[in-house]
Design a protein around this ligand. Sequence first.
Ligand code: SF4
Ligand code: SF4
Length: 254
Amino acid sequence: MIAQKIQDVADSENVAVLGFGPASALAEEPPGHRPDDLLPGARSLICFGIPVPMGVYRPFPFTIETVWRSQALSYRRLDTLSLRFAALLEDEGAQAVPVFGCMPMTLNGRGQVAGYLNQLRMGESVGIGTIGRNGLLIHSRYGARLMLGGVVTTAELPALRMPDIDQPGCPPDCRICVDACPIQAISAEKKRVGIMRCLNYTARTPLMSKIKFAVLRATRPQSAARLMNMMAFDEHTLHICSRCVSLCPYGGKQ
Ligand code: SF4
Ligand code: SF4
């Protein structure tokens, strides 16, 4: 059975968190960003996560570089697994599209950076976490340190949440991430980060001309998105801030 084959691969690759759920859970996402837009006839979502070790975020002179390297390696691992799951599903006669960790990104109607399918909502819908006040998927064992991969498929998969533990979300009185953000980019009530505000502060993209990006963003958004995907994602961006992740106490002590 295909669901078992995917679980077996996840086990053998030490995937910490895995969930299956119905694609219809994301049917209310903005037009163009729904599972059916990616894969007509989509029936199921697979979302999985691997945690970045807590020690990566500990303050020392090379924390920023260590986070950068850890995230780049994790994205490669996640994306490779998404491809492997998609290939397994196709071997069984289904169609499947991988949803990569951090690309390709698009610019939405407001010129904001957005994924083509919201992985955080995928993770929440399959039950492997809850969106926290920091706008990230938080997991009761791994906190905000999970990085995600995913697949959309036409296969009918049974509901699965592994490990099968409750995800109650942020404690009612916690506002650590909100207060720690140096530019007040986190809206606790909306559980959302002002993405452009955050990126303008935190992202260092030495290979991408910000002037060229700004001109293209205003005139040819598709070209701007392609420039961004090629020159400013994955290991091409260094983030100087990850306080909303590193200071989140959820899921373990720092
Ligand atoms: S990464 Fe830094 S700047 Fe961006 S939302 Fe988190 S705390 Fe704020
Ligand atoms: S720091 Fe507190 S409020 Fe912010 S995401 Fe973590 S648990 Fe939630």
